[in-house]
Design a protein around this ligand. Structure first.
Ligand code: DLL
Length: 432
């Protein structure tokens, strides 16, 4: 099922022609209206009007999160504030917030792009969609909300938190689609169990999860525990919010809304394109944004393009699920480790629960990674010998999957903090 078939299934040559026309327009608009871009282009003697091919984008400078901060709050807006109808902001964990704006047209586009993602995941106007993303400056709640209304589904704008009430409402209002972070979906599944509610007795059938990295193993867990088909969707506030890319019912990679975003996958070191299908950083240029266009925004997110066409009929390129942000990558004794890799390995081990924490220390000039993982009641109260066997299994599993030795600590079920928004599972105590 498609929301805007003419675009979503456009022949490749037409997509690229449309991208080029929109890119030319965007470059000219930012050069005319945003001093930051005008100056950056002038410094490199770039003529925004002289772009002839999509590859010409490679000559243009990058935009970094720091550039958004330096121009806080409205310095990169390409329209006067009177044309802006919505402002969102991402606080991040460090530094000042970044602020983004939307014109009335931007909101219409955004709603359509999110509707595409919902539709691709199998949501229809008959669905009752519970949005458990926070509503506020975060783009997740409002972004999904407008997309759902655009699609014509019935929206329950419950926002994040108040987990028992979420479940009560899910039961009473016959929610069929759940929208939240994958870690919150896991918490909902746990609390359902505590409340003695069998998810099979609910009406839930599909999950749209995003806003944080998660593993394929976590998808299988959520599918099994909630009786749903869990789909992945990707976006970032600097570029728009949710609606940049999302999975179709094939659940095998996220289609990029390429008529609105030009995506490059670059080697984060050399900043040159990686070979097709290799992992690299997602760099995005918006092609239609009015209030807040960005040129070559360095997301720091790592993924690879899936070159094969998708069975769903969409012609938009797909990215794999995200490996994570390059900032989240842990370097342990020189080995690069992503938290999602650890998650996948833990899932493969019988007896562990899908709740874990990663703690990194430096002792005697050596990195030390401690994996704290919850284990089920019976193992936790079992003999030292059983626990030691499990610890060894986890250590060996991680050593062979990651190529790095770790310390494993088993903790009792339900002792690690649960998340209602984006999970934060890594504590890095190293001083750099
Ligand atoms: O998280 C937008 C969003 C809301 C996307 C709801 C999907 C659903 P930010 O708060 O600006 O915006 O955070 C963006 O979150 O750069 C990624 O690192 C991460 N992220 C978003 N979606 C995914 C995903 C929203 N599906 C940052 N998988 C991005 C992995 C994701 N990471």
């Amino acid at each position: 099922m498609y929301w805007q078939r003419d675009f979503e299934c456009m022949p490749r040559a037409e997509i690229e022609a449309l991208q080029l026309a929109r890119l030319q327009k965007t470059l000219q608009r930012v050069a005319a209206h945003v001093p930051f871009y005008r100056n950056a282009f002038a410094a490199l003697k770039l003529d925004a009007g002289a772009v002839k091919t999509l590859d010409d984008i490679q000559r243009f400078p990058f935009t970094l999160k720091q550039d958004l901060r330096d121009n806080y709050p409205y310095g990169l807006f390409a329209v006067p504030l009177r044309e802006v109808v919505r402002v969102h902001s991402s606080s991040g964990t460090t530094g000042i917030a970044t602020v983004v704006g939307y014109t009335r047209n931007d909101i219409v586009t955004w709603s359509d792009l999110v509707a595409r993602i919902l539709c691709g995941a199998g949501v229809t106007p008959d669905d009752v969609v519970q949005i458990a993303f926070g509503y506020g400056l975060f783009t997740g709640g409002f972004g999904l909300h407008y997309g759902c209304e655009r699609l014509g589904a019935s929206v329950i704008p419950i926002s994040a938190g108040n987990t028992r009430r979420q479940i009560q409402i899910m039961q009473d209002f016959k929610t069929t689609a759940l929208v939240c972070t994958p870690s919150y979906a896991l918490k909902l599944a746990d609390v359902m169990m505590d409340m003695g509610i069998n998810p099979n007795g609910l009406s839930l059938r599909v999950g749209l999860f995003g806003a944080e990295p998660w593993s394929e193993a976590m998808r299988q867990e959520l599918n099994a525990r909630l009786g749903i088909r869990a789909t992945d969707n990707y976006g970032l506030s600097e570029v728009m919010g949710p609606g940049v890319a999302g999975e179709c019912e094939e659940c095998n990679g996220q289609h990029i809304n390429e008529d609105h975003f030009l995506v490059e996958i670059l080697d984060p070191e050399t900043l040159q394109p990686v070979a097709p299908g290799e992992i690299g950083e997602i760099v995005i240029t918006t092609l239609t944004k009015e209030a807040f266009p960005v040129i070559r925004y360095r997301s720091r997110d790592l993924a690879r393009l899936l070159p094969e066409p998708c069975a769903c009929g969409r012609t938009f390129k797909r990215i794999t699920r995200l490996l994570g942000r390059s900032d989240d990558m842990l370097i342990i004794k020189g080995v690069n480790v992503f938290p999602t890799q650890i998650e996948s390995s833990l899932f493969a081990i019988e007896g562990t629960e899908p709740h874990y924490r990663l703690i990194v220390d430096r002792e005697n000039n050596e990195d030390k990674l401690t994996v704290m993982v919850e284990v089920n009641e019976s193992i936790f109260s079992d003999s030292m010998k059983t626990q030691k066997t499990l610890i060894d299994a986890i250590r060996q599993g991680l050593a062979s999957d990651l190529g790095v030795g770790v310390t494993v600590k088993l903790v009792e079920e339900k002792t690690l903090e649960r998340f209602e928004g984006k999970a934060s599972r890594v504590i890095d105590n190293r001083k750099f």
